[in-house]
Design a protein around this ligand. Structure first.
Ligand code: SF4
Ligand code: SF4
Length: 435
């Protein structure tokens, strides 16, 4: 791994020993392969209206034109026009569209990984329906192929391949589950041979958020359903989905779905993690065909079902709360009502942020950005905007349903000595469960 800077002073990380020319070729092959698969019609339809710019938190909070969403796709566009588009042979023959260079790819790394959370707010704003967030994701495949991703993400890629999880060896998983049960006084289920619900986790729940493991168990026990955590399929965050490693993405998805099939589960419950939802709920079909063999739902949807069906009862907390909609859950997944139903069942008055639901601003740390130290200054700019919105809403509490959003927001709170904390919706439910 090497950390370097380009001739224009842009920092980038590189993995492996490939030459600049080899990296460039690997990236182009991956870009062209993905473009052919999607038809690339989207790139043809951009009318340069600029509406996506004001939808992007990184552009809005910095005013720097390099952070406009469409700029993040420039090498992809260049590759399309030179290699795939209808006039590609002419463009090449007359040199109208130049080759993407290794130096451009190195600069691109920051745009794709440091200044994009794949939040999809720009996608929503685009009048031509261009899914910029998805094109960024495809571009990340090319950068992974070229060995040009942030070192922290590459490290997580390696540990996941080695351990089955970015921060925790899978052989420790069962012990962590049992310890969380002992620490929080909750009966745990681990590696049950048969169960109806397979419960999965996010990496932070195996380290700093272990209460979430017990909170989920508490709710499941109260429901009286057959459930289990399972060592064969537990890690839902899917680092391959974030860093462009498509083979790892498939491996991690298959571990979850195959473990659910093995124990006969009809439902796989994803943890409070936004990108886990993007990877397993929407992308698993790539490997299993149109219909997944198990139902895949987010913890928030699971809690909503339990609450609205009356199968669990909650104490009335009172107070008011603002809800931060995790982008992958709300905007990309359409899960907007479920968290508000749960808050209503807790007797909490929802004071909406100025932008909420599908148009909610990203926390600034999704898509692997919070794990990428280099992106800290950008991330803190976004935090300041979110903080202002929370203060303006004036609620007693600030709640969300994604552990990565919580980490991002609470890192911002600690840097700026803000006396608010982003709370977990699952924890709020578990702490107020009527036994
Ligand atoms: S997906 Fe989000 S972070 Fe990425 S360019 Fe679009 S608005 Fe900006
Ligand atoms: S909003 Fe859509 S059409 Fe307009 S510049 Fe952005 S990507 Fe192009």
């Amino acid at each position: 791994m090497t950390a370097s800077t380009t001739a224009t002073g842009v920092a980038f990380d590189a993995q492996g020993q490939a030459s600049d020319e080899q990296r460039r070729n690997l990236a182009m092959q991956a870009l062209v392969r993905d473009l052919a698969a999607t038809g690339a019609a989207q790139l043809e339809s951009c009318v340069r209206c600029g509406q996506c710019a004001n939808a992007c938190h990184f552009y809005v909070t910095t005013g720097d034109p390099k952070y406009t969403p469409i700029r993040k796709l420039r090498p992809l566009e260049q590759a399309y026009h030179r290699h795939v588009g209808p006039f590609a042979p002419l463009f090449r023959l007359f040199g109208i569209v130049p080759r993407v260079t290794a130096a451009e790819l190195e600069e691109w790394e920051q745009l794709l990984f440091d200044s994009c959370t794949m939040c999809g707010r720009c996608t929503l704003a685009c009048p031509m329906g261009i899914d910029i967030a998805d094109l960024v994701k495809q571009s990340r495949h090319a950068m992974f192929a070229a060995g040009l991703i942030p070192d922290r993400l590459e490290l997580m890629d390696r540990t996941t391949k080695l351990w089955g999880s970015p921060a925790t060896p899978s052989e420790d998983f069962a012990d962590i589950i049992r310890e969380a049960g002992t620490q929080f006084g909750v009966a745990m289920k681990i590696d049950e041979p048969k169960a109806d619900y397979l419960i999965t986790v996010a990496p932070a729940e195996l380290t700093e958020h272990t209460k979430a493991l017990a909170d989920a168990a508490k709710v499941l026990n109260a429901l009286g359903v057959k459930w289990t955590y399972h060592s064969d399929g537990f890690e839902a965050s899917n680092i391959g989905y974030l860093n462009g490693d498509i083979a790892l993405q498939e491996t991690m998805t298959r571990k979850l779905i195959d473990a659910a099939i093995k124990i006969g589960a009809h439902t796989l419950v994803l943890p409070e993690c936004g990108h886990a939802y993007g990877a397993a709920r929407w992308e698993a079909g790539r490997w299993y065909g149109d219909k997944l063999p198990v139902r895949v739902i987010h913890m928030t949807e699971f809690l909503d079902e339990a609450v609205t069906s009356g199968r669990i009862k909650l104490k009335k907390v009172g107070q008011s709360a603002s809800f931060h909609d995790p982008c992958q859950l709300g905007r990309r997944g359409g899960v907007i009502k479920a968290p508000r139903n749960i808050l209503a069942a807790l007797g909490v008055e929802v004071k909406e942020l100025a932008d909420a639901g599908t148009v909610g601003w990203c926390c600034g740390g999704g898509g692997g950005v919070v794990s990428n130290k280099r992106a800290d200054p950008l991330r803190y700019r976004v935090f300041e905007m979110k903080r202002r919105q929370v203060e303006d809403a004036g609620a007693d509490r600030f709640v969300t349903a994604c552990g990565q959003c919580r980490i991002t927001l609470n890192l911002g709170a600690s840097k700026y000595k803000w006396d608010r904390k982003a709370e977990s919706l699952l924890e709020l439910v578990a702490d107020n469960l009527i036994a």
